[in-house]
Design a protein around this ligand. Sequence first.
Ligand code: GLA
Length: 765
Amino acid sequence: MGFFIGGNMAILVNEAERIITLQTKTATYQMKADEWGTLWHTYYGTKTAEDDLSYACFMRTRGHTANPYETGMQHREYSLETIPQEVSAFGGGDFRTTALRVRFANGTETLRLKYESFEVRKGKYGLPGLPAAYDETGDAETLIIRLSDPEYPIAVELYYGVFAEADVITRAMRVVNQGDEPFYLEKAASLGLDFAHGDFDLITFPGRWAKERVPERLQLRHGMNSVGSLRGLSSAQENPSAILLDRAATETSGEAYGFAFVYSGDFLLEAERDTYNGIRLLVGIHPDHFEWKLEKNGSFTTPEAMMTYSDTGISGISLRFHRFINEHIIRGKWKTARRPVLINNWEGTYFRFTGEKLIEMARAAKKAGVELFVLDDGWFGKRDDDRSGLGDWTPNEAKLGCTLAELGDRIRETGLEFGLWFEPETISEDSDLYRAHPDWAVKVPGKAPDLSRYELLLDVSRTEVQDHLIAELSARIREGKLAYLKWDLNRSMTDRYTASLPADRQGEMTHRFMLGTYRIMEALRTEFPELLIEGCSSGGARFDAGMLCYTPQIWTSDDTDAIERLFIQYGTSMIYPVKTMGAHVSAVPNHQTGRSTSMKTRSTVAMSGTFGYELDPTKLEEEEIAEMRAEIDTFKALYDLLQNGDYYRLVPPTSDSCTVWEQAAKDGSRALVNVVYHAVRPCPLSEHFRVQGLKDEWNYRISLVDPADSEKLDNRQKALFDGSIASGLALRTVGLYAPVQSLFRGKSGVTDYPAFQILIEKTDR
Ligand code: GLA
């Protein structure tokens, strides 16, 4: 007989049978402790009211499998090799990759965890010093499961944050040394999910500088299928997120599981298909370069990871994660406040600017309706190229022609707010800071350190370095009265060593570095709650849910080419919402690709991100400034739909000619369909799509956001996109074809890569 605990019945406990069931809006997650204390993971999937789902985990006697001592003589079928478990430990007969590995004082790594007790708490657990999802809505409950090894002095707590309405479960783990002698933690995954069976594909997001998060879908083969980062940051090479999905699942149908790590450092995401076709998925800190010494009574808490289940394919994962990130990850003012339309001077001037030039740019931008001016790299120390100056966050008054305070005032006089770029975790050898504190740079004694963009990392694992950065950044924020701060990091971690830890604790350095970064960010957030911080790492090399707890938006990529951005934003959108993706309109020809696209195309793409500019507006013609103004007006008018609407990918950028995506109001009253041609073809295929998120029974009026666009269309299309009416049912089932510009033929100089924004609004007609 089961009974319920918790206001919204998210956590159900059957104490007699030792079954705990987590119920979210559309999914059920269940675990059960058996008579020998093994904690089984019995189910995660479509919501069900069944009390005990353990029958779905099949056991049979198999040759050459390990059997625990206590069951071995009676139950040859009982093997940790095949039991799906909530937490797997190394050495005791589970030969799959395991979530937890420790090295005890006598050198053994063998561990056997047994269930001890549970606890249910109202609200969401917190993780001091680490980023974590939070709850202000009363939606969340916490489950804590306690396990221990009967013979060795270790206690393990599993944390589950159950967000019923949001359909997301978070996981973290705490490991405690209950003995007198120290032991070493070698691996501690945050999340482990076992499937007794399943024919799955895995989508991961590999990439590189200027080409981040390209989704890659592969069938799970037997053995390990893993991605990770050992760069000290989550990286552009792989993202700490993934989607595990049924092989038959598509963008809009089938079963899928989404995972995202709320952490910004080294990570490992493993999906193992075992010999019996069971699947184990683990997400956690990468165990290479990681080792944590636990003294008597010492404990280690892992970062958290989040997971969600969808029976509507990939789009269901995106919708759930987008809402979750917007409501339970992004904090403070910028969770709801409209983000300012900004202009950043980087591609406009690079390092070559004066204070006067910046003011002229701000004035020109103001005419177009821009709201915030961001001064990028080169305003401090000796920094006219990227070879020197990092660490010296002292304004270069000779270059600016005034103090930082005066520059801020002058920018504000033009009507814009003021923001600044920093790269806090780095140091140039040619800097006053390095000359004063050479030991603050990350390097190995006696070895010349690896350079990357001519720079070194600062040892942010050290408290005195953190304190220094908090003091420096706070002082600049106050002097410049900054409304915004761009937090960049342009290199990976090499030469891992910290002077602050003894030899047997060097394995703690990378995680302590991340904790240090988080501590600085938290201090700034607390002291300057209004400050908007944008994350950045050579573009999008640290784009993760951990950073999003501190930086509500992240520069998505250094590639600002609108067509390239279609791909980058498409991949990023699988996990992360529009509001988090830094996106700017830049000059043409584009600085990364040399391609020219129209202002409209560039604006359409950037509007499905945070929207801003990255060019020199003093070089624009009057008509271009007017166009900018019109686009900014459109952005502001459609802000709620663009930034808070439910996001659907309708036609991928890998299609023949155009990419189509949509934002729909949550109540189904209107939707915006964005169409951008990513290829110029003499005879493009007609891309068909089905509009999502509307109400079947309502009627909708279809129109172009920019009426001038109808001039690009032939008469038949004009009739369709210029005021026709269709039911939600027809738009969802019959669908639409993307408008095709009919002007390519015979005309030279016609703008390539056209864009259309189509508004679909409820009408009573
Ligand atoms: C990185 C960032 C850019 C810019 C430069 C400045 O590459 O991604 O946006 O800030 O640094 O050096």
